[in-house]
Every structure is written in structure tokens, then in C-alpha cells.
Design a protein around this ligand. Sequence first.
Ligand code: ZN
Length: 174
Amino acid sequence: MATSQPIAQLGHPILTKKAQPIEDISSPSIQQLIDDMMQTVENAGGVGIATPQIHHNKRIFIVCSKPNARYPNAPDMPPTAMVNPEIVSHGNEQENGWEGCLSVPSLRGLVPRYTYIEISYFDRNGYKHHAIYTDFLARIFQHELDHLDGLTFVDRVASTDDLISESEWFRQYN
Ligand code: ZN
């Protein structure tokens, strides 16, 4: 059974640790972790969540972009668990965009990300996938991959001027 988990908040040490690769994707504990992350991100209205955010130190995240109250312009896709995800290559161009994070409530940050990335990951059944992500999906992937390397978006802003409250972000940009 999937159980929504408490989300680690900025300052919790788990959010600054490098997560460990998964060796046995089929193990019941990993499958349970994926189920719990799916439930947690859905309940929280996120477009992605990484394992450290539910207090585990494993290289897994969920990408689940769909339009919702927090991200009205997000593309629609089925929730996808990505195990041992990697950026294989990327374009040269970066673009600034506003990001939020379930671990950093009520704040948005202007973060530069690659607009074109070639990625790989294993799905929850152990099959390897390659894909090209652009724009918003590329942004989510880079944001979640950062979590597996102990970084949050506040580590990526160029200046504190690029941090604003979520209410102010809604007022100015929607
Ligand atoms: Zn996040």
C-alpha cells in the first residue's frame, strides 16, 4: 500500500547528501519507496519529487508534470519513476525559469537550466530508457537530479534578488 510521507524541509541534512545508486530495483523496499513517492507527490501537488525529500538516500525520483494550482502551465505526462537517472549530454543553451520545491515551501527562485538534455534512467521494472527532454521537462529533470546530488534550487540562484515569495510569484507572473 502506498503511503504519503512527510517531506524533508530545507535545512534537513538528508537534502545535502549525495544519494546512492540502486542495485536491485525489484526489491520490495525499493518498490515500496516508489509507491510512497508517487502518493506523496500527488498529495502535495508537485510536478516531481526525489527520494531524499522523503528522507531516503537513494537515486530515484518521480517526474509527474501536469497542470495544477502550483504550476498552471506544466505539460501533461504520466507519473514516471526514474531510477539511477543521468544526463547523457546537453545543449549549450541555458534559460532562466522560476522554480519551486516541496522542500522549500512558499518560495520561488530564478534558476538557469539547460533547455535540451539527453537523459537515461531505469524504470521501476528495470528497463533502461533514453529520452530527450526540453524546456519545462528538462527543468524538472535537472531540479530532481540536483536533489540526488544534495542540492536544492536555492543553491542554483545567481543572486538573492532571484528569490521571491510564492504569493508574489503568482501575483507577478500569472
Ligand atoms: Zn525540489
